[in-house]
Design a protein around this ligand. Structure first.
Ligand code: PFF
Length: 472
């Protein structure tokens, strides 16, 4: 078997299975919801430029480092780091950053599942709208054709105001995620990725072409790719770094864990390149899919987290075949979210299975249950708990509800910390021969990788982090 001796003896059945699962982990709400939201809020081009620089200089070497840690350690994020540390004759305490990664995965999934729940709700709204249009003999109608454009965004406020619905959607999504993880690596995770990801890519290309032909494509291009450097504040740079790490799924256990199931024969460097390329490509395509549509109907690019949910349905209302395209669009986001949430839960479950020596199914339901409960608090912070401030004493979080506090705490504090420690560990403490052998790189390519992971990544992360967290 290709990937034997991993946690619980599980492994990917082929290299492609691994690539699809890892790309599935990387491509998610981060690309289609969070990237356009942040790019829109941070003024477009300058943010995108820093984001791409962070991906290439920090994200890519991080992806390679994490997969190699996993493959060498053949275990979860914590125990794999410990194993690399032991084999390098350095302190086992380095395992702590693996542990912070697992904590990040746990926390990300709490709010991730709530947003995925919004997606499910919109799949339902658009699905019933399309069926209605189909049965009335008008399959190419605009979305929500009988409604007034002004009332369409109220779908979201209706959802936020309806606690049973909000929690119901979150529950549905978590149950689905847990069920797939409980089925295991080949029968659950791999199978989901091999069905969902190819469908995802087909839909993405179709909808981007649709936006390019029917929307304001040139305006979107200019918005995303003309940097205005006066907009480059430390906080914009921190947002871009946090987003790059979040989007690549680094510093949060998933890639180390997935690396643990990779066979010894797989060459890691090209695989890491593919993951980075696919992830960045999808984020940019998502921008090129969404902004032409947003600009076509004169909506605000800086609308924030509701951009995709409130603005786009208005656009689909006025555009040809909007009912069908709107449905496909939300199905696409749903597929992307599911393959990512699976990787988040797997990062936690793989560790707990080993730590407590429990079976997979029980661990998945138990830890998925904990995530679910904190997710309930995130969901309620959009409603009755909107005034609760978890970290109100900290100026960075003073105005944030539970949902935003968890999101920002992870992406602005935990992810950069773990990324910094990973880079220092691999760049300075891990045995050089071990790292070289695992990457499969030699000569100039290995030297470039070493330079990026030992110098550029830690210094870059540290600078951005310090300026953003201590602005004065
Ligand atoms: N990269 C995913 C996204 O862009 O939606 C989110 C994510 C998945 C973050 C897995 C971290 C992770 F470990």
């Amino acid at each position: 078997m290709a990937g034997s001796a991993a946690p619980g003896g599980e492994g990917w059945s082929s290299r492609w299975a691994f690539v699809l699962a890892a790309v599935g982990a990387a491509v998610g709400l981060g690309n289609i919801w969070r990237f356009p939201t942040l790019a829109g809020e941070n003024g477009g081009g300058a943010f995108v430029l820093v984001y791409i620089a962070c991906i290439i200089l920090i994200g890519l070497p991080m992806v390679l480092s994490e997969i190699l840690i996993g493959r060498h350690g053949r275990s979860d994020a914590f125990h794999s780091v410990v194993k690399v540390a032991e084999d390098s004759n350095v302190s086992r305490n380095w395992g702590i950053f693996g542990g912070i990664g697992i904590l990040s995965a746990f926390l990300i999934l709490t709010f991730y599942s709530v947003v995925a729940g919004w997606v499910l709700y919109y799949v339902g709204v658009m699905g019933s709208d399309f069926l209605g249009a189909l049965f009335s003999g008008n399959p190419f109608a605009g979305a929500l054709a009988s409604e007034n454009p002004e009332t369409i965004p109220s779908r979201m406020t209706d959802l936020f105001g309806n606690i049973p619905l909000l929690l119901g959607m979150h529950t549905l999504f978590m149950v689905l995620t847990i069920w797939i993880v409980a089925r295991g690596v080949t029968d659950g995770i791999e199978k989901a990725a091999t069905y969902l990801m190819p469908t995802f890519f087909v839909l993405l290309v179709l909808i981007t072409l649709y936006g390019a032909f029917t929307g304001e494509f040139a305006k979107a291009l200019a918005f995303l790719f003309t940097p205005d450097f006066s907009k480059l504040t430390p906080s914009v740079m921190n947002d871009a770094l946090g987003q790059a790490l979040f989007s690549m799924s680094v510093a949060s256990a998933a890639l180390i864990t997935y690396g643990g199931y990779v066979s010894k024969e797989t060459r890691l460097a090209p695989t890491a390149g593919m993951i980075a390329f696919a992830d960045t490509g999808v984020a940019l395509l998502a921008g090129l899919m969404i902004f032409p549509i947003v600009f076509a109907v004169g909506l605000d690019a800086a609308a924030g987290p509701t951009l995709v949910f409130q603005s786009l349905p208005i656009a689909f209302h006025t555009m040809p075949a909007g009912s069908l395209v709107g449905l496909l669009f939300f199905v696409l986001i749903f597929f992307a979210a599911l393959t990512s949430s699976i990787s988040l839960l797997e990062g936690v479950v793989a560790w707990a299975m080993r730590r407590f020596e429990w079976g997979r199914a029980m661990t998945a339901w138990l830890f998925g249950g904990f995530v679910f409960l904190i997710g309930v608090a995130c969901a309620l912070s959009l409603n009755v708990w909107s005034d609760i401030r978890l970290l109100g004493f900290w100026p960075l979080f003073e105005e944030k509800n539970i949902f935003d506090t968890i999101d920002d705490f992870v992406s602005k504090i935990l992810l950069p910390t773990t990324a910094f420690l990973t880079a220092v560990f691999i760049g300075w403490r891990a045995d050089k021969k071990l790292v070289e052998a695992e990457t499969g790189l030699d000569g100039a390519l290995f030297a470039i990788y070493r330079f990026l992971i030992a110098w550029l990544a830690p210094v870059g992360v540290l600078l951005i982090f310090v300026f953003a967290v201590f602005p004065n």
